[in-house]
Design a binder for this molecule. Structure first.
Ligand SMILES: Cc1ncc(COP(=O)(O)O)c(C=O)c1O
Length: 383
């Protein structure tokens, strides 16, 4: 028996809750006072300029979610049932959900040990597709760790495939010194409440292509033509970000450096406490240069112990989560082709995302460590 006390004794620690203070409230009040309460306004323009600069891109379009951003890029590319979308199997559903709705064929590729897409398996998948064109590769910066933009770009160029970077989790991360989202025809960000910065809900498309940016912006606003009356040559969406939420995003962006520092300190705490020889049975995903430490992922020696950690934390009213369940294991994608699969299955069975919220206090970390340690001692390998 692990003696933890009642979960009701403690205030809940969430995995990655929004971290906001009076500056976000002031920003919203200022936006209200300016009169721009509608989806368009100066804060959206300012937020888009700041996002383009952050991504090292020429253009950014702020939208209602990361999923909407992916959907809009696919709409611009014309993804339909004649397309194949290749994606890492270890990701969140939103990477491929829009492709599924568009009727595209989905092909999944396993991860390497760091959790990013395995480039040699991607190469095999693209070779098997035979350069038939109409192939989109979704790179995913898993848990804020950029995938290998250089390798994916090279393979896509060789295969004539389009590369889009799903950097939903990677705002503020870098790949070889360049910003997350800088690779491929477009990158996408998420500002969902659990992300590194939030607009409560929101997302963005970042790109160097004026044609892509203009089309995505138009599609996001019902594809209305420039005309006094409502004229439509194509059917669009209502995916724009509201000006009020853009004001929250601007306040959050100004804090990004301190958020990244705090997230790294939290990750360092876990590594120091549990990652050293003799400190217990846990290991961690190998570090990736430039990661933003969105979530720290620990690996238990077995699935059984991983479940015990989650239960022990839950008993202390602490939220933790298994690593993403691979897409090729999802019932809805049972018929899809997968290249490899064993690595992501192993990460899913043993991996646990530890609380990583920017607002975590010392006492919170102590409580989390207490829960993990109880299981660690029972694991019998360390301490
Ligand atoms: C890898 C990945 N892609 C896409 C999304 C979708 O973002 P959103 O929740 O803003 O729609 C998320 C986040 O939730 C994500 O983790």
């Amino acid at each position: 028996m692990i003696e933890m006390g009642s979960s009701r004794t403690y205030k809940r620690i969430f995995l990655s809750p929004p971290w906001v203070d009076a500056s976000e409230r002031r920003a919203v009040e200022a936006a209200f006072r300016s009169g721009y309460v509608a989806p368009c306004g100066p804060q959206v323009d300012e937020f888009e300029s700041a996002l383009a600069a952050l991504a090292g891109r020429r253009y950014a379009v702020a939208v209602s979610s990361g999923t909407a951003a992916i959907d809009l890029v696919m709409a611009h590319l014309g993804v339909d049932s004649s397309w194949t979308v290749v994606a890492p199997t270890l990701t969140f559903m939103a990477t491929v959900g829009p492709a599924y709705h568009r009727g595209a064929r989905l092909v999944f590729v396993d991860s390497d040990a760091s959790g990013g897409i395995d480039a040699s398996l991607l190469e095999r998948a693209l070779r098997d597709l035979g350069g038939r064109g109409r192939t989109l590769v979704m790179g995913v910066d898993l848990y804020g760790r950029c995938c290998d933009y250089a390798a994916i770009s090279r393979l896509c160029r060789k295969a004539g495939a389009v590369f889009v970077s799903d950097s939903a989790e990677a705002v503020g991360a870098t790949f070889r010194g360049r910003p997350a989202g800088c690779a491929g025809v477009a990158g996408i960000y998420s500002f969902n409440g659990n992300k590194i910065i939030t607009t409560s809900g929101g997302g963005a498309v970042v790109t160097d292509s004026k044609a892509l940016a203009d089309h995505v912006r138009k599609l996001a606003q019902q594809s209305r033509e420039k005309c006094v009356w409502y004229e439509h040559r194509e059917v669009g969406y209502n995916y724009r970000m509201s000006n009020l939420l853009a004001s929250v995003g601007l306040a959050q962006l100004s804090k990004l450096p301190s958020i990244l520092k705090k997230r790294k300190a939290i990750s360092d705490f876990y590594h120091d406490r549990f990652g050293k020889p003799g400190s217990g049975p846990l290991s961690f995903l190998p570090p990736v240069e430039g990661e933003n430490h969105w979530l720290t992922v620990a690996l238990a020696p077995s699935g059984e112990l991983r479940d015990e950690i989650i239960a022990a934390l839950s008993a202390l009213n602490v939220e933790s989560r298994p690593v993403w369940k691979p897409m090729h294991l999802q019932p809805v994608f049972a018929g899809c082709r997968v290249y490899g699969g064993g690595v992501s299955e192993d990460l899913f069975s043993r991996g646990v995302c530890l609380p990583s919220g920017t607002g975590l206090a010392r006492a919170d970390l102590a409580r989390i460590a207490k829960g993990v340690s109880a299981v660690g001692l029972r694991g019998g390998r360390g301490a």
